[in-house]
Design a binder for this molecule. Structure first.
Ligand code: 9YT
Length: 129
């Protein structure tokens, strides 16, 4: 059994900070669950163009509000606390946190990420092997 607290992640190499987001990687590939789980904060006003070609991702919003644009269709979805989305088709998308409001989200990746991935120029994470 694995039991941890966010406090044990903050400030370690599993706490990854970028210009638009901070991701605290709680459960990673090394523990063998088959997925990774992250507590992620999208910074207020950030706009992120992402395309996880190598991963499936589900995201559950626990704080804040924003928008999710499906870049294949142009459809915009409003996000608020309790919204969940699943990128079941490796969907190319734009995630926007409202001005003045961060978004805090639980993110689950399949396959799991290893820990310190950041987006490449296409908005993807590389596969670990
Ligand atoms: C929702 C999303 O994809 N945000 C970017 C960071 C990523 N989810 C992560 O690694 O936690």
């Amino acid at each position: 059994m694995i039991v941890k607290h966010l406090d044990q992640i903050v400030g370690t190499e599993a706490d990854v900070d970028t210009a638009g987001w901070t991701s605290r990687r709680l459960i990673l590939k090394d523990v063998g669950m088959g997925y990774s789980v992250h507590d992620t904060v999208i910074k207020a006003g950030a706009e992120l163009d992402m395309h996880y070609k190598n991963h499936l991702e589900t995201v559950y919003l626990t704080e804040g509000a924003g928008e999710l644009v499906d870049l294949a269709t142009g459809v915009t979805h409003q996000l608020r606390v309790g919204s969940i989305y699943a990128l079941n088709q490796h969907d190319h998308h734009l995630l926007k946190a409202n001005q003045g409001s961060h978004m805090r989200m639980v993110c689950v990746f399949n396959p799991p990420i290893t820990g310190n991935e950041v987006h490449d120029e296409s908005g993807a994470y590389a596969l670990s092997d």
